[in-house]
Write a protein that binds this ligand. Structure first.
Ligand SMILES: Cc1ncc(COP(=O)(O)O)c(C=O)c1O
Length: 417
């Protein structure tokens, strides 16, 4: 493979598009129409959301599922159900979507940002242990890209210190850790069904739990503080209407039928890419060890080494995209340095402690955000093995022609392996 880089006028490695998302068909059309014609469009009237809650909870190995309007609210409700109070601390990684942190602030608590393991991109249990104080009440491990966190270590820390673990499984529908589905391992799990997610209805979320008390509290909080047996206009706790609607439930029931097959495809393709991409100098796939028995691969994450390629990450991304490989840098501004934290723009949530969030000691996160992180998205992983080989070929070509990218020596034909 010695033709010129597409970025410099050559022929792209790939011109075939990857699968688009979402995937739907007649099943979804029929289900939405059924919900429409039932004239029961709200969760309290119809059966779609209730059925989905039961099915998805069982799928996760959890006793209860409480479906809500999105995966931000599900985190906040889980924290409220855990009994988080003003001034409490919640340990989270800053390498995640904004919601993991905003939910903590919206619970009037203080996020404590701890570092991730550079190899796995997941929260580092040793960093959690070091951050526990007498104010710590909860931990939110995020299964980044679908790769399960080190849940044995995290649950052991939680048990030692009396903490509640809320798994942020927004990326990890169907991932398994030592054979157990995520969302059923911590005290509560939180999932998102937003448009990009592996299980989607456009907008939605769910809390999963095996704990009857937490489930009862979540149900009440998502339903205006109502309690079983209580009157309709009787409201027991600060709460709201966070119930998911029936059209969304109807779609989720169909999407859940598709989830396992899609997850198997992504998981197999992820393993294939792990082997192939690891052979390219300067590219290190997110490390998957034996504890990951299935990876939902909402993202396929890698680390890029600028020293090996001799050009900044942005240049290699441009080159790969030109080759038809849709990579992105992922999160580039870590949460602890987002304007909201710099400016303490917390609105009415006055109990968030006056910490210097930007000074959080998270060197691995800084490095991955600023120069190392590379992502592919889950729809790409739904391609064929030939598509995956095309990705590998694109990376190989860009590696081989790295000197041309740097504007230096002409590329030397040969193999990257
Ligand atoms: C890790 C993580 N947590 C939480 C959320 C929040 O979900 P939602 O967008 O449904 O509110 C997301 C969604 O993007 C996410 O990626």
């Amino acid at each position: 493979m010695s033709n010129t880089l597409a970025l410099l006028g050559g022929t792209p490695t790939r011109s075939k598009p990857f699968p688009t998302w979402p995937i739907f068909g007649r099943e979804e059309e029929d289900a939405v129409l059924r919900a429409l014609r039932s004239a029961k469009w709200g969760k309290l009237d119809g059966g779609e959301v209730k059925r989905f809650e039961e099915r998805f909870a069982a799928y996760c190995g959890a006793k209860h599922g409480i479906a809500v309007v999105n995966g931000t609210v599900s985190l906040r409700i889980a924290l409220m159900a855990a009994g988080i109070e003003a001034g409490d601390e919640v340990i989270i990684p800053p390498y995640t979507f904004f919601a993991t942190a905003s939910a903590v602030v919206e619970a009037n608590a203080t996020p404590i940002f701890v570092d991730i393991d550079r190899a796995t991109f997941n929260i580092d249990p040793a960093a959690i242990e070091a951050a526990v104080t007498k104010r710590t009440r909860a931990i939110i491990p995020v299964h980044l890209g679908g790769l399960p966190c080190d849940m044995d270590a995290i649950m052991a820390i939680a048990q030692r210190h009396g903490l509640v673990v809320v798994e942020d499984a927004a990326h990890a529908h169907g991932s398994t850790y030592k054979g157990r589905r995520v969302g059923g391992i911590g005290h509560m799990g939180s999932f998102s069904f937003q448009s990009s997610k592996n299980l989607t209805c456009g907008e939605g979320g769910i809390i999963t739990t095996n704990d009857d008390t937490f489930a009862e509290r979540c149900r009440s909080i998502h339903n205006c503080g109502r309690v079983p047996g209580g009157a309709w206009y009787e409201h027991h706790v600060i709460s709201g209407n966070y119930r998911l609607g029936e059209f969304a439930g109807a779609i989720l029931n169909c999407q859940l039928d598709r989830l396992d097959e899609q997850t198997d495809t992504r998981d197999a393709n992820g393993k294939h890419l792990d082997k192939q991409l690891a052979m390219i100098p300067g590219i290190t796939p997110q490390r998957r060890d034996a504890s990951t028995t299935r990876n939902a691969q909402h993202l396929y994450c890698m680390r890029y080494d600028e020293g090996t390629f001799g050009v900044p990450r942005a240049t290699v991304i441009d080159a790969l995209v030109a080759e038809g490989i849709p990579v992105s840098p992922g999160y580039v501004l870590p949460l602890h340095r987002q304007p909201m934290f710099i400016n303490r723009a917390f609105g009415p949530y006055t109990a968030v402690r006056d910490l210097d969030f930007a000074a959080s000691d998270v060197p691995n996160v800084e490095r991955i955000c600023s120069s190392e992180g590379l992502w592919l998205t889950q729809n790409v992983l739904l391609g064929t093995q030939a598509d995956m080989n095309g990705i590998v070929a694109g990376f190989e070509k860009v590696y081989e022609h790295r000197h041309a990218l740097a504007g230096g020596m002409p590329a030397v034909a040969g193999t990257a392996r």
